[in-house]
Design a protein around this ligand. Structure first.
Ligand code: NAP
Length: 276
């Protein structure tokens, strides 16, 4: 299985599991937990969640799915920007840990930049590492200028940047992606199938048909063929998580890659980082 290496040398499988919108609808809970468990059985050990998702309920869903399996999981959660201060970050982290039913996070991310100075967030994250509540930390939705500021503020230990990146959102290739690549900081690609909206694109469906796979697998395989890119699709059913796992085994041809590039080109000029 393809692996991704974080700057501290830790490796994880290159495909993870997202959880946005899990825990929102009671009737879907059983299916969501089954999907996450199936993902773990298939080796998709990185699970991404956030205190924001369903107001903490997504973390509770994850907690149920990973009960008794802590060692098989690489758990990532995210803090609201307003909680990324000295005063609030520890409390927010402890609340996430309680909902998840675990005693430490493998990675804790600043969800997006707010008004707290980045240097204060770096210090607050490092305090959580020292306290054993998190193993490492990173950021999300930070553009190149923010990343430079973060590193200048002492944030050289930043382990990842979780950003919106998929076949229809290729702006990062003209911006923060090469900056991160040059520093060996992997990205977590969120909304890798654009919440399902990518899946009807003709180039994707045609290539999927030729390989006898789904359009989701092609969209994920396009991300997976790149170094340092870890997509985190959210699957609310066992069928979808199995389909996504199969993307790790799909090898796109050079010709496929050229067709996808022509159909969904990278923007000609740099622009600001997009977020959902
Ligand atoms: P996504 O993963 O691109 O899409 C999820 C949607 O695609 C769901 O409706 C899901 O349906 C469907 N889907 C998944 N696998 C499928 C398959 N094989 N075939 C057909 N449909 C499939 O969008 P996302 O949830 O926005 O992004 C993924 C994760 O990234 C989130 O869950 C979250 O953990 C993270 N995220 C982070 C940020 C941030 O600001 N840092 C922002 C957005 C997302 P079912 O639910 O029915 O399976």
């Amino acid at each position: 299985m393809k692996m991704i290496c974080f700057p501290d040398g830790t490796t994880v499988p290159a495909l993870g599991q997202g959880t946005w919108m899990m825990g929102e609808i009671a009737d879907r809970r059983v299916s969501e937990i089954a999907a996450l468990k199936e993902g773990l059985d298939l080796g998709l050990m990185l699970i991404d969640t956030a205190e924001m998702y369903a107001d903490g309920e997504a973390e509770r869903v994850v907690g149920e799915a990973i009960a008794g399996r802590r060692d098989e999981v690489f758990l990532v959660s995210k803090a609201y920007p307003q909680n990324a201060s000295h005063r609030n970050l520890r409390r927010a982290c402890e609340a996430s840990l309680q909902r998840l039913g675990i005693d430490h996070l493998d990675m804790y991310l600043l969800h997006w930049r707010g008004s707290i100075p980045l240097g204060e967030t770096v210090d607050a994250m490092e305090s959580l590492v020292a306290a054993g509540l998190i193993v490492r930390w990173g950021v999300s939705n930070l553009d190149t200028n923010d990343m430079i500021e973060l590193v200048d503020a002492g944030g050289r230990a930043c382990a990842t940047n979780q950003i919106l990146y998929n076949l229809g959102r290729r702006g990062p290739e003209r911006g923060v992606l090469p900056w991160l690549e040059s520093r060996s900081i992997p990205i977590m690609a969120y909304s890798p199938v654009e919440q399902g909206r990518l899946l009807g694109r003709p180039a994707l469906t045609e290539i999927a048909g030729e390989h006898g796979v789904s359009a989701a697998q092609v969209a994920l395989a396009w991300l997976l063929h790149q170094d340092g890119v870890l997509p985190i699709p959210k699957a609310g059913s066992v069928v979808h998580v199995r389909d996504n796992r199969a993307a790790l085994d799909l090898r796109l041809t050079e010709q496929d890659l050229v067709r996808l590039d022509r159909a969904s080109p990278c923007p000609a000029t740099p622009g600001p980082l997009e977020m959902l």
